[in-house]
Design a protein around this ligand. Structure first.
Ligand SMILES: Nc1ncnc2c1ncn2[C@@H]1O[C@H](COP(=O)(O)OP(=O)(O)OP(=O)(O)O)[C@@H](O)[C@H]1O
Length: 585
């Protein structure tokens, strides 16, 4: 827990020191109140006392109360500021950590859990700082100070206060024993609610089309009920605690007054008023002692959840990304657009077997290399190793003669234009989406954006809309068709003018005519770039310089369309399943 407080900014520690001074001042003022009360009682007891003397003592009491109020207000403002700064810094740290993660870490934590950790978990720790900071500092100071004030005053009353404190601890102990394990579960149960909600929202169309709203609703209700029941359990027990504490408080006042009544009754006439005044003063100090312990209770209520939240945050920020950036900014001299796989194997984290085996091929500058094979055979996995979404578990991937692991992340990314299987667009405009890729030369300019849109056959549909490149794109490109999204994402890759273009099944939503046209455009506009094309359609890849046939994660055949038709059975099967013999001839 303490480790997470390193995220408190240095200048906020200075504020914290100021808050501690204010809290000490506040406790001092609070504990002066009973002293002035003693003065007033003494003045009333003393014959001949003047009213203005009583008013003067009363005025001091009022000033102390107002001073204490003001200090408490300023302290609360400082605590809120420190907590808000802490949250901002922690969220930034989490964001940076997530940005540095490879797909392996993202899958390990899961997207929904990462979102809960960045929002809800940070809020829990923020709450602890806002409410707990004052309590943690104030409670011990107040308890010790108040105890020294009452110590040695009266054995019976001190004993009653001691019993009340012990009772308080017993009540709090029992409630916390029951609740802490449940507090610990709240965060993971919140993860579950987020996960199901996210799945519901992203799959809304499918859920409705399959009349499966009830199934998903059941799923949601289950996780929602788990969280609700957990909250109810802790809520009910915590609710019992407050009346318990109240009873102890009232019981203590009653005990002090009952003991006082007996003492006053047995005392000589002259001592009765002094004893009465002592009793009133003692009971106010005793209340301060109890209040100090109640402040600690508040921390106990927030601490377990905040502690779990802090652990979850630290799990993310302490995780070292499995893909670590190298330092090379350039490839081997004279090399450009060269990709070489050297006996590459790969196994996904937590899986028991390799999904690709001994992949070995070289792609030269300007070549088009295609990967084809049955679904799930490992095509995407192979191309994902080039931009280092994952690192190989055996062998080497070289770009321009240098192992991809040796490149600085941005230098490697600069060389690559990647088009994913499901095109991911961002909220903005068509123009901002195509110009999305930063390169060494900066953001692609308007001319590059327009040229890329031409190459990707996107220019015509962009021109159809009156806003053109300023047309609004919703989150994930939800207001564009599948084919339009694919064309914008192809244009985005082309606009970077990269050495290497990777198309992971990126033509699947295009009609045959557009598919052919885009490939022709790429051949001329990106003649220098090495193109790696993953595809399911023979038509998309038959003109490639080399086609790799992938079967069960290994290369089952390699050559041109003609060569493979002549000597690769797997390729022939795929080809004949899609095209007639005449078309293939
Ligand atoms: N993140 C992952 N964790 C574990 N296994 C995975 C992961 N992603 C993919 N796989 C598995 O790896 C194998 C290869 O998947 P990959 O996506 O590379 O196939 P593909 O040939 O591109 O398929 P498709 O043509 O259907 O897109 C599959 O068996 C798949 O289940």
């Amino acid at each position: 827990m303490i480790k997470i407080f390193r995220n408190i900014r240095r200048r906020d520690w200075a504020l914290f020191a100021g808050a501690v001074a204010l809290i000490v001042f506040q406790v001092f003022l609070d504990l002066r109140l009973p002293d002035y009360m003693t003065d007033i009682t003494k003045l009333i007891e003393t014959p001949g006392s003047e009213l203005h003397e009583v008013l003067k003592a009363g005025g001091k009491m009022l000033a102390c109360a107002l001073g204490s109020l003001l200090s408490a207000g300023v302290t609360a403002v400082i605590a809120a500021k420190i907590a808000a700064d802490f949250s901002a810094a922690t969220r930034k740290k989490l964001y940076d950590a997530v940005q540095s993660f490879s797909m392996a870490e993202i899958h390990h934590f899961s997207t929904s859990s990462l979102i809960t950790r960045m929002t809800n978990d940070v809020n829990q720790v923020q709450l602890l700082i806002t409410m707990g900071m004052v309590a943690i500092v104030k409670a011990p100071i107040m308890a010790v100070w108040a105890i020294t004030k009452i110590a040695g005053k009266n054995a019976e009353w001190t004993m009653a206060t001691g019993v009340a404190v012990v009772l308080l601890f017993v009540i709090i102990g029992i409630v916390l024993w029951l609740c802490v394990p449940r507090f610990r579960r709240i965060q993971s149960l919140t993860d579950d609610v987020n996960r199901v909600t996210r799945e519901d929202l992203t799959g809304l169309k499918v859920i409705r089309a399959y009349n499966n709203t009830d199934y998903q609703t059941d799923k949601f209700e289950r996780v929602n009920d788990n969280l609700t029941n957990n909250n109810l359990y802790t809520g009910h027990r915590m609710a019992l605690m407050m009346p318990g504490i109240q009873a102890v408080l009232n019981g203590l006042t009653l005990a002090i007054y009952a003991l006082g009544a007996v003492m006053i009754n047995n005392a000589a006439m002259t001592d009765k008023i002094t004893l009465f005044s002592n009793m009133v003063v003692f009971s106010s100090y005793a209340m301060q002692v109890i209040m100090a312990f109640m402040l600690l209770v508040m921390i106990y209520m927030i601490y377990p959840r905040a502690s779990v939240a802090a652990q979850r945050i630290l799990e993310v920020t302490d995780t070292q990304p499995s893909v670590v950036s190298g330092i090379r900014t350039e490839g081997a001299p004279g090399q450009r657009g060269e990709i070489a796989f050297r006996h590459v194997n790969f196994r996904y984290p937590d899986e028991s077997r390799d999904v690709i085996h001994d992949i070995d091929f070289t792609a030269h500058r300007g070549e088009t290399i295609a990967l084809i094979g049955a679904t799930g055979c490992g095509k995407s996995t192979i191309v994902n190793l080039i931009p280092r979404f994952y690192d190989t578990t055996g062998g080497q991937v070289l770009v321009d003669g240098v192992d991809v692991r040796d490149y600085a992340e941005s230098a490697l990314n600069d060389k690559i234009g990647y088009v994913a299987q499901s095109p991911e667009l961002f909220q903005g405009t068509i123009g901002t989406n195509i110009a999305f890729g930063e390169t060494k030369a900066g953001t692609p300019n308007d001319a590059a954006v327009r040229q890329a849109a031409q190459t990707a056959e996107a220019a015509s549909f962009i021109a159809e809309n009156e806003k053109g490149y300023e047309r609004y794109v919703a989150q994930s490109g939800a207001n564009l068709s599948g084919g339009q999204r694919q064309r914008v994402s192809i244009a985005r890759a082309v606009a970077r003018d990269p050495e290497i273009l990777i198309f992971d099944d990126a033509f699947s939503a295009l009609d045959y005519k557009t598919d052919r046209q885009v490939r022709e455009n790429l051949r001329t506009a990106c003649a220098d770039a090495t193109k790696i094309i993953v595809a399911q359609r023979i038509g998309t890849i038959r003109d490639a310089d080399r086609i790799l046939v992938i079967k069960d994660g290994a290369i089952a055949g390699s050559g041109t369309h003609q060569e493979l038709m002549a000597n690769c059975e797997e390729y022939q099967q795929i080809a004949l399943s899609q095209l007639s013999k005449e078309e293939l001839a």
